[in-house]
Design a protein around this ligand. Structure first.
Ligand SMILES: Cc1cc2nc3c(=O)[nH]c(=O)nc-3n(C[C@H](O)[C@H](O)[C@H](O)COP(=O)(O)OP(=O)(O)OC[C@H]3O[C@@H](n4cnc5c(N)ncnc54)[C@H](O)[C@@H]3O)c2cc1C
Length: 425
């Protein structure tokens, strides 16, 4: 291989490129990066960038061997031809590759709602007022993925600003915490009845609800946004929900999850997952073709990629920092490995979140059949640690304020340890 192209110049792509160089690859390693800025870390965007006003240099990503990488910034890949090994960029440049890493991550899911004039809103006596538009490019409806997004949110929020956040996943919760810390009055809306049900199961919902409400957030669960009320300047002044209420606001943040950035692969031979259009890989992070065969010298990593995790005997796609690092390294290493020397990627999923003064960490994977046992504290304590097991085998753990112990449990999950092994060392 003479030329390796990495599409996506953020965490996973950079870690893949670093590994390719660290393995002694003698050729050219070219990174195509849609964002114009050098790579940076996203976790502080919902935290310190909002609460402490961190600037770009405080989030920038350290990159090994930066001088040996060729980075094209501010251009996107718009298509891929796997047969002729060509990536086409947004300026129509065609780039030939011998090896390819796909690391294009995810982008925010957008919300399309009808917009009505605030002076002519739908209600019982006026069920069908004139529709002004469908929400698109509204100046005070924002999402959060990039440093620019975070800086914009920060610049729009002054003390006492009324912010409605739609979506109470981790990003919505972290933003609620951060914005309330700088004085905003936050309303947080989610269609589910319990917080974080999808990620953690219902058991912890009441704990998080308590945390959110006791910090002054107006939490509206089990209700769905139905329309925006807008003024004559197309500023959203209220968010209506299925409960019949309208929550007034200066700013709306839509945090309803992300979708893999794979539009550029739509016409390629890359297999995209039917659920979300993520890139489908085998256990080595090698990208699969539509015919179901691994594509030679094409790997994927990070938020964009599904892979078969042998440790859990199933497919996964993970949207967390540590996975982008480890999967980036594994895909880079496998791309330059000799055939027969490919390593399976067997990550134990891990993430952390900081909100309302708590550090929450979760490792492993649980399901509705998992049993839960607290090994330190309980939901009423300031700190706690609980483990999930299936048929006596530890599969996951959740901790609040217990980082070191949680990491030990991560090792035990990897060893396939039984629940009796906890507390033995
Ligand atoms: C606000 C926020 C807070 C977070 N907090 C946490 C946290 O506390 N804990 C945690 O574990 N994780 C957290 N995460 C998740 C973590 O940051 C991501 O998992 C990680 O950034 C994924 O890295 P990635 O390189 O796979 O994807 P991304 O970071 O999405 O990078 C993909 C890059 O590819 C570029 N790209 C996309 N399409 C193209 C194209 N066609 N051509 C060229 N370039 C393209 C994108 O612009 C982007 O720069 C957070 C994420 C966000 C947004």
């Amino acid at each position: 291989m003479k030329t390796v192209v990495v599409v996506g110049g953020s965490l996973a792509g950079i870690r893949a490129a670093e590994m390719i160089l660290a393995k002694g690859f003698p050729g050219k390693c070219l990174i195509i990066s849609r964002e114009p800025e050098p790579a940076y870390e996203r976790p502080p965007l919902s935290k310190q960038v909002i609460t402490k006003g961190w600037e770009f240099d405080q989030v920038s990503l350290d990159v090994d061997n930066l001088e040996s990488l060729e980075i094209t910034r501010g251009k996107s890949a718009i298509s891929l031809d796997v047969a002729s090994k060509v990536v086409t960029l947004s300026d129509e440049t065609k780039i030939n590759y011998d090896g390819l890493i796909i690391a294009t991550g995810c982008e925010p899911r957008l919300l399309s709602l009808p917009c009505y004039s605030q002076d002519n809103l739908p209600n019982r006596s006026n069920p069908s007022p004139a529709l002004v538009s469908i929400s698109q490019d509204l100046d005070n409806v924002l999402t959060l993925r990039t440093f620019g997004d975070a800086a914009k949110i920060r610049s729009r929020v002054a003390g006492n600003s009324k912010v409605v956040i739609i979506g109470a996943g981790f990003i919505g919760l972290e933003l609620s915490s951060s914005l309330s810390q700088i004085g905003a009055k936050v309303t947080l809306i989610d269609p589910l009845d319990g917080l974080l049900q999808r990620t953690l199961g219902g058991y912890f919902s009441s704990y998080f609800e308590g945390l959110v409400r006791s910090n002054g957030i107006a939490l509206q669960l089990g209700t769905t946004p139905t329309f925006f009320a807008i003024d004559s300047n197309r500023q959203v002044t209220g968010v209506a929900t299925s409960s019949g209420e309208i929550f007034s606001c200066d700013l709306v943040i839509v945090a309803i999850g992300v979708i893999p950035s794979t539009a550029w692969l739509a016409d390629s031979n890359v297999l995209l997952h039917p659920k979300d259009h993520g890139v489908v890989c085998n256990k080595y992070c090698q990208v699969m073709s539509k015919a179901g065969a691994p594509i030679e010298n094409v790997f994927a990593c990070g938020d964009v990629a599904w892979w078969h995790n042998e440790l859990f005997d199933g497919p996964m796609r993970i949207e967390h920092f540590e996975n982008a690092v480890s999967m980036g390294r594994c895909s880079g290493s496998n791309l330059v490995a000799r055939p027969g020397d490919l390593a399976s990627y067997t990550e134990i999923p891990f993430f952390w979140s900081d909100m309302f003064g708590k550090k929450i960490q979760y490792v492993g994977r649980s399901d509705e059949d998992s049993e839960l046992e607290f090994i330190e504290g309980n939901l009423a304590s300031d700190k706690f640690l609980a483990i999930y097991s299936n048929q006596g085998r530890i599969t996951a753990a959740i901790g609040v304020g217990r980082p070191a112990k949680l990491m030990k449990i991560r090792t035990k999950i990897g060893e396939g340890a039984s629940i009796d092994a906890i507390g033995t060392n």
